[in-house]
Design a protein around this ligand. Structure first.
Ligand SMILES: [Zn+2]
Ligand SMILES: [Zn+2]
Length: 256
């Protein structure tokens, strides 16, 4: 089992001219149980939407990361594949709510641990921690009293699937009050929603390492909400988790 996951190999990494990259830092595959699209579909959809990178952030599992490494869609040295970059990640259900861990493959055993402990493990592994949808009262975001205590690397101030827009506004105010980097993410659970919201970054280092460093410097946010149809689809997915679970299990089996 892979535990560490190098963001990039400075010796191998090619430095490019300054470039503008569109990155969706919050995407679920069907390994997520409530997601319905396969990793290949997500990458194809992201490319079609004009993105340069996505972070695969399934709930409490890095199975999609392993799958994408095996299929050659994600490189362990953090470099892009055919001009597209997949950043390893996971959305951990901590004891106090959801936490996006980006840049490293982390073990599933983090589920249920205190957020502070998950931050410690992610940081020790070399990854970054971003709080998604912290004010969404209808989803398990980490609330302000706990956020205040966490060594966060960023806040998701725009979540395209947020229940109420004011929950995003509050996240923005919180990030501003702490001077934390901000991201926008689609929280896509279906390929159709990938890239609805994303973060625009400037960097001369097109690698997982470079993109995360650029995120910490700050970028611009592309803020669009899921359409009514996409929202319906997400809700529909939640109702039919069992079907997704079967597909995910089948996919996992197939790759062994
Ligand atoms: Zn979440
Ligand atoms: Zn999510």
């Amino acid at each position: 089992m892979r535990c560490g996951f190098p963001l990039g190999n400075a010796g191998l990494r090619t430095l490019n001219a300054r470039m503008t990259l569109k990155v969706d830092f919050h995407v679920h595959s069907y390994f997520s149980m409530d997601g319905v699209s396969g990793p290949e579909e997500l990458v194809a959809a992201a490319r079609a939407a004009g993105l340069h990178a996505l972070a695969v952030t399934d709930h409490n599992t890095c199975e999609a990361v392993d799958y994408m490494i095996e299929r050659g869609l994600l490189r362990e040295d953090g470099a892009p594949v055919d001009g597209f970059l997949v950043i390893p990640g996971v959305e951990v259900s901590t004891a106090e709510g959801h936490l996006l861990c980006l840049g490293r493959r982390l073990p599933a055993s983090l589920k249920g641990l205190p957020a502070a402990e998950v931050c410690r493990v992610a940081h020790e592994a070399g990854g970054l921690c971003v709080a998604p949808h912290p004010y969404d009262l209808f989803r398990a975001g980490i609330r302000e009293n706990v956020l205040d205590t966490l060594p966060l690397d960023g806040i998701e101030v725009f979540n395209a699937a947020i229940t109420l827009k004011r929950h995003n506004h509050k996240a923005l105010e919180y990030a501003q009050s702490r001077g934390l980097p901000m991201i926008a993410g689609s929280d896509a659970h279906h390929a159709e929603s990938v890239g609805v919201a994303y973060t625009v970054l400037e960097t001369d280092d097109f690698s997982a390492d470079g993109v995360l460093a650029a995120m910490r410097r700050g970028g611009e946010l592309q803020q669009r909400y899921l359409s009514a149809r996409q929202t319906l689809r997400k809700t529909w997915n939640n109702w039919f988790r069992l079907r997704s679970r079967t597909r995910a299990a089948r996919a996992a089996k197939k790759r062994r």
